[in-house]
Design a protein around this ligand. Sequence first.
Ligand code: 0WD
Ligand code: CA
Length: 380
Amino acid sequence: ADYQTNKRHRSSDEGQHRAAETLSAHRQLYERHFPLYKQPVEVGCFSLDSRRSFCNDQRQLRYYVQPTKSPDFNLRDGYTSRFVKRDDSVKEKLDHVLKWILANRDKIQTRDQTPSSSALGVDFVTWRGHLTKVLTTPYETQEGWMLAASKFRGSIYISEVETEAAKVNRETRSQRQEEMMYWGYKFEQYICADDVNGTPNPGGVVNTNEAFCTVVQTRLADHKLLFSGEVDCRVKDPDAPPAPGCYVELKTSAEICTPKQRSNFHRYKLLKWWAQSFLPGVPQIVAGFRDHDGIVVAVETFPTSKISQLIKNEFNCWKPTVCMNFCNDFLSFVKSVVKEDDPRLVYLFTWDPHRDVTYAVHRDSQFTFLPEWYIKDMSS
Ligand code: 0WD
Ligand code: CA
């Protein structure tokens, strides 16, 4: 009796005139053929320097240096003495992406558009990380999300709002959790060189303000997307495929000692790793497996395109097609709701595990996120 067809999973879907009120995240509804996802194209990049300032260049791009068979990486090294931590209570929203757009408006590929048109010619502008959360929603049982959306000059901008639960987590992290957040950045330092001919410098300072971000354009079914994501490094080979094909994602994870740990790694971690790298077309993920004391015991490369085969032996496991179909339908849902072109109007989409996606509308509220400097510059 509660069977729903693919087309009827939005509540009160009363034909073409009224937008649906909610969207279901039930994975069974999204088991359809894989939607069109065009090869992402890098249209630009930017860097955030040691003081977290936007730089319209690739100064923070680093180079991958393959570690030896049994590397000697201690991820705890330097935590108390050589660590500058970004202030994560500062909410940057889409600001860095918007700065990139203002500085590079001419580089955005606008097909079927008059050159004089002021619109960007994309349907959505966002961070890659926000799309990762959407992709993994049908399988997420722990953490909900809130995504704010505003339409401005025909494009819908999507920016995350920290949930109350995430805020509590951030403000009550244990000493151990704080330190373990450093381990991923320390691993990057052991693997990455600043120059194409250089070698990693594990004696240097880890500064998490620094970042290199790619900006890509792609299309998911009817949705033209422009998003940015942080990239850890690229391969040195100058003949490697052009970006994003030369990029490498770095990860750390607890070493796998039992079948149960292996299964959890496949079911939960590889889902997040796959979604994050598949979106911008990053082809390889290099993982450092570490023990409880932060010593890396193994380094393994996962080609992004092989991950979905790797997990197929897992009972009742996640499917890429479910992730992509849900994202497609979520973006259609957002388009059907976010009709008014007004940067001061925010449509706040909320999802909690075991619930449907819902939304509420806010005018001139704490949720407004498109800054005056962006609106002014784009309107001139
Ligand atoms: O304001 C916000 N709500 C957010 C801002 C949320 C998420 C990201 N950001 C910004 C930051 O400016 C950051 O530089 O986005 C940038 C990264 O964006 P992304 O690539 O879209 O984010 P995501 O894919 O979630 O994370 C990529 C990497 C992470 O690597 P791992 O291997 O752990 O996934 O970016 C780092 C982290 O190293 N990272 C962040 N850096 C700064 N602020 C953040 C964050 N909030 N989240 C992840
Ligand atoms: Ca990483």
